[in-house]
Design a protein around this ligand. Structure first.
Ligand code: 6GU
Length: 242
């Protein structure tokens, strides 16, 4: 899968995403992550990319021309208009199901804004998806783009090795992960739950399932409402809700 990230801060995005698991997937050729510096496309002789908002108000607005030309350079190269995401707190909140869906695309353009936003006319022209990563405001779209690339990439077949995989099923089933333990058996006076040392896989699975349900009820009751539980499981967890 190919990501094209349109940004005024290409190094920030590129450095962060050529590291760790995503960096390895790039090395292996499973992904490409290209940053495009919007400033390279300005026709302004002082390399300006922003200007005052019409109608007044605080801050600056990114101008349409450099954004459009940066986007068009990608489109001309790949030969079609791919899905183009604008990272903005005005978008719908990004969800695991969207990460999975977007991982099916061959190419994806991510547009990072700065200042008070981008001229609406170019957004109307190029953006297919408006996406936020949560209800708080960042100084720019770069961190949000990095979050999206990471979450989408790990859904691309081959990006996760066995060691790193497995931890998406629970969220997809609207349950949180069960707690994990590793050596030693006792640390700081705390023992690993005995059932995990029993070697009884059926019991371990049942314990983990009940831990997932209990944890979701306590930490994310909003998620639990969307989960599929048996009658017996609902009975066991209802005291934890409300
Ligand atoms: Cl995508 N951009 C900005 N600037 N702030 C955000 C965001 C995006 N998502 C949450 N806050």
């Amino acid at each position: 899968m190919n990501f094209y990230i349109l940004t005024l801060f290409p190094d920030m995005v590129s450095d962060g995403l050529h590291t760790s698991i995503i960096g390895r997937a790039v090395q292996n050729g499973l992904l490409s992550i290209e940053t495009i510096n919007i400033r390279d496309y300005t026709l302004d002789k002082h390399k300006k990319v922003d200007d005052y908002p019409y109608g007044g108000g605080a801050g600056m607005v990114m101008q349409a021309q450099p954004v459009y030309d940066a986007w068009k350079a990608v489109v001309d190269r790949i030969g079609y208009r791919p899905r183009t995401v604008y990272l903005t707190p005005q978008g719908g909140v990004f969800h695991q199901s969207q990460a999975k869906e977007l991982a099916l695309e061959k190419d994806l353009i991510l547009l990072c804004g700065h200042y008070e936003g981008i001229d609406e006319r170019v957004l109307e022209e190029i953006v297919t998806d408006y996406i936020s990563i949560g209800d708080y405001v960042l100084t720019g779209g770069e961190l949000a783009a990095m979050v999206m690339v990471d979450a989408i990439s790990r859904m691309v077949p081959g990006v996760l090795t066995n060691a790193a995989s497995g931890s998406t099923e629970s969220l997809e089933g609207n349950l949180l992960e069960y707690p994990q333990y590793s050596r030693p058996e006792e640390w700081n006076g705390k023992k690993v739950p005995a059932i995990l040392l029993s070697g009884d896989h059926a019991k371990v699975d049942a314990w983990r399932r009940s831990q997932s349900i209990e944890r979701t009820a306590l930490r994310r009751p909003d998620l639990l409402e969307k989960a599929t539980l048996s009658q017996k499981e609902w009975e066991s967890v209802k005291d934890l809700l409300n």
